[in-house]
Ligand binder design. Structure first.
Ligand code: ADP
Length: 453
């Protein structure tokens, strides 16, 4: 973030015409082709792109763990020999030693630096304090939550005081809430300038996450990995998901990645109560959508004929079509002349972990008019909760009674999976119902609320 570095920015990393091929002969994989990029002090740069586009390879080349096949990698203007002593990587999995305490896990990393035991202890305690793990020094990794273990990973990487901190999808194995918290805490540390680091390079598959944090996005595509676009993010921090400029940027980046020509508004249609016809949800449960995407992703060819797919999935084509429509609506797939192909985003979804799939799906459906409408209704209601009937009444203005039920069933199926709202005892709510007031109170609320007004 430019606001913490008062001096003019200096160039830390420059990659020029980098190619990387793993293996040779028949087994050669061209992972990167002609990569050019630079990272300056004061910047948080995010590498974004589908699985297999070479993000981790770039990170490892910069860290000196992988040698490029062609091209130059300069650190502060000088070629790199061996491991880069100015970088440290926080990996996806925690990679902590289970038999060592939290504090020992950090101290062991400091051993090669030639510090005295007292200096090592001081530095470890100082960092644990900074990342909010004060009081957990003697705990073992198994006694910590995923988010806390990842904080130890951050503290450990930070303990060697790297100029460039590399984050390799550090939040992707955490649940949504822990990931959100850790992201926020890391951004606070980075923006307050207490971290002994000048730049951060982060690998992410998650567009919102990258846009919440980064000053610049480098968007990659695969086969072989190449840079598709660079986007400077000038929005001030803290960034909020709901702010209009933020949402516009998310749309632009999605459009870049999904290669869309229409704006999201044109593509997705109107929400109930907005001018224009409400875009109904295709009746596809999330299990059917992810099953379809994962199946198509296994296909060797880039595209698959829809009839053949239906046949292979042993499903009538008509039953499969809602999942196809949903996949198109969410930017995961395209249909042309009866063939279905996945977008890079669809591929990323199909290959992502369960948690990462949830996050990608949540980010996509937040902009679907029906879901957006339900969330805005709930946010406006007192206690952020409303009875199912309220939505039923409002939708009955546009859809038949059967269709209303189906629309709401699908919305609830998607919203619950993406953890965008809860549904219990006929109530929809933004917050976990366990923390909501008694149902009688909700009934009174509902009578006061005018669903269409
Ligand atoms: P990403 O981090 O974007 O998922 P990677 O850098 O891991 O991408 O991989 C890019 C490509 O290089 C992929 O096709 C992957 O299979 C291949 N690859 C990565 N590491 C190796 C390796 N050690 N040996 C052979 N192929 C590899």
């Amino acid at each position: 973030m430019a606001n913490i570095v008062k001096q003019p920015a200096e160039e830390l990393v420059r990659l020029t015409n980098i190619d990387k091929t793993y293996g040779s002969g028949d087994r050669a994989t061209e992972a990167l082709h002609d990569i050019n990029l630079s990272i300056k002090t004061g910047e948080l740069v995010a590498l974004l792109g589908p699985s297999g586009c070479g993000k981790s390879t770039i990170l490892r080349i910069i860290a000196g763990l992988v040698q490029p096949t062609n091209g130059d990698m300069l650190y502060r203007g000088k070629p790199l020999r061996g491991v880069n002593p100015h970088t440290a990587i926080v990996f996806q999995s925690y990679a902590l030693f289970p038999w060592l305490t939290v504090q020992e896990n950090i101290e062991v990393t400091l051993k090669p630096l030639g510090l005295t035991p007292l200096e090592r202890t001081k530095r470890a305690l100082n960092l644990l304090d900074k990342v909010g793990l004060d009081g957990f020094e003697t705990a073992y990794p198994r006694e910590l939550s995923g988010g806390m273990r990842q904080k130890v990973g951050v503290a450990r990487a930070m303990s060697v005081e790297p100029e460039l901190l590399c984050l390799d999808e550090p939040f992707s194995t955490l649940d949504v809430l822990s990931a959100e918290n850790l992201r926020g805490e890391l951004m606070d540390l980075w923006s307050s300038g207490v971290l002994p680091t000048k730049s951060i390079l982060m690998v992410s598959h998650n567009i919102e996450e990258a846009l919440l944090m980064a000053d610049r996005l480098i968007i990659l595509d695969k086969s072989p990995g190449h840079v598709l676009a660079e986007v400077a993010i000038k929005l001030p921090h803290p960034r909020r998901r709901k702010d209009r400029p933020f949402l516009q940027l998310v749309d632009q980046v999605y459009a870049l990645i999904a290669g869309k020509t229409q704006t999201e508004a044109e593509e997705l249609g109107a929400a109930p109560g907005e001018p224009g016809k409400t875009r109904p949800l295709p009746h596809a449960p999330i299990s059917a959508i992810s099953g379809l995407l994962e199946r198509v992703n296994e296909e060797v060819a880039d595209r698959i004929d829809l009839y053949r797919l239906a046949d292979e999935l042993d499903e009538p084509l008509d039953d499969m079509l809602p999942s196809v429509e949903a996949s198109e609506m969410l930017g995961f797939a395209k249909v042309e002349s009866g063939d279905l192909s996945l977008t890079p985003l669809g591929q990323t979804f199909a290959e992502a972990s369960i948690q990462a799939q949830k996050e990608i799906f949540a980010a996509r459906i937040r902009r679907v008019p029906m879901i957006r409408w339900i969330r805005s209704m709930l946010s406006a209601a007192r206690d952020r909760a409303l009875h199912w009937d309220v939505f039923q009444t409002a939708l009955a203005l546009e859809f038949s009674p059967d269709e209303v039920e189906r629309q709401l069933d699908t919305a609830v199926n998607w919203g619950r999976y993406a953890e965008l709202f809860f549904f219990e005892n006929d109530m929809l709510s933004i917050d976990n119902p366990a923390s909501l007031p008694e149902p009688e109170h909700q009934e009174e609320e509902r009578q006061d609320f005018d669903p269409v007004g």
